[in-house]
Design a protein around this ligand. Structure first.
Ligand SMILES: C[S@@+](CC[C@H](N)C(=O)[O-])C[C@H]1O[C@@H](n2cnc3c(N)ncnc32)[C@H](O)[C@@H]1O
Length: 292
């Protein structure tokens, strides 16, 4: 396998935080260069996920500066080449790709003709929002949707990012989707992506911290692909917005925290009906207990 060296130039006091970011997006270790200019380097496989990884690093760096932590200059280089405008450069890594049994994600700038009659396209221009469709955590969610959707359901997509799961759900026959994200940029990108997919025209997207601002009648399905600490906060919020017997589809859970999340699900009246794993990532289909 080929590897790419991804380096982030930063300052002394931010070294540990930047190293944490590089580890969280899948590096096995980091190298700190503190001689002339300070930088932190990690190695990632040179595959179709590299674009997603660099976008995630860039978003995490932007988030730190948004909350007032100085990580400047925070420039990202890949094999020594500065990524001045990642928003456009990452497109070179993103091509139409069959991500599950039924779904192919298709970049909006590519012309793609399905190879099989039951192949369903998800047209995406994720920009800086998470969700090209190729990441393991997203694939786990799309597979879970393929398993459970029968048609006509109501659904909330928490942390919609690019809107990829909302489009997949609509393609499978979910009737009503409300999508949320805490990040305004993702809300706008999701709205643009939904417009690219004729099947998803009636999906509503709102800015919300998890389900805090969501006021609707209980739904059949809630889906969420977010990191485990956020999922832990989300689980108790789902139980009043899901119908008894409704399903919670969840991923974004790294190996080391999976057992804890299973405990939190059970403590909140869920029965785990399916566990899946891709690489180090875990996904669950959990069913809310029927009321007695
Ligand atoms: C890993 S991405 C998932 C994107 C897409 N749903 C997918 O499966 O590919 C997680 C998304 O959750 C959003 N998010 C993080 N914390 C959140 C919160 N507290 N409330 C709502 N959305 C949140 C992020 O902005 C990001 O778009």
């Amino acid at each position: 396998m080929n590897w790419q060296a991804v380096s982030v130039a930063t300052k002394n006091e931010a070294i540990e935080t930047v190293a944490d970011i590089l580890l969280q997006v899948g590096a096995q270790g980091v190298q700190i260069n503190d001689h002339d200019a300070i930088s932190v380097t990690a190695y990632y496989p040179d595959d179709e996920q590299l674009g997603e990884t660099i976008t995630a690093i860039q978003k995490a760096l932007k988030h730190l500066s948004d909350i007032g932590m100085s990580v400047a200059p925070a420039t990202i280089t890949v094999n020594g080449i500065q990524q001045k405008d990642w928003e456009d450069n990452w497109k070179a890594y993103y091509h139409a790709e069959r991500v599950t049994r039924h779904f192919t994600v298709v970049p909006s700038w590519e012309t793609y003709h399905p190879n099989q009659i039951d192949e369903l396209p998800i047209i995406m221009d994720p920009k800086l929002a998470f969700g090209t469709g190729t990441h393991e955590t997203t694939r786990l969610m799309i597979q879970a949707l393929e398993n459970v959707v029968r048609g006509g359901e109501s659904m909330i997509d928490v942390g919609t990012g690019s809107g990829v799961l909302a489009v997949a759900a609509k393609q499978l026959g979910v009737a009503h989707v409300l999508a949320t994200d805490i990040d305004e940029m993702s809300v706008n990108v999701a709205k643009e992506n939904l417009r690219l997919n004729p099947v998803a025209q009636d999906v509503t997207v709102v800015a919300s911290d998890l389900l805090a601002d969501v006021v609707i009648s209980p739904v059949d399905l809630i889906v969420a692909n977010i990191l485990a600490d956020v999922i832990e906060r989300l689980i108790p919020q789902t139980t009043t917005l899901l119908k008894p017997g409704g399903l919670f589809l969840v991923s974004g859970i790294y190996d080391n925290i999976a057992l804890h999340i299973e405990d939190v699900l059970r403590a909140n009246d869920y029965t785990i009906v399916q566990k899946s794993q891709m690489g180090e990532w875990h996904g669950y289909i959990a069913q809310l207990k029927e009321k007695n």
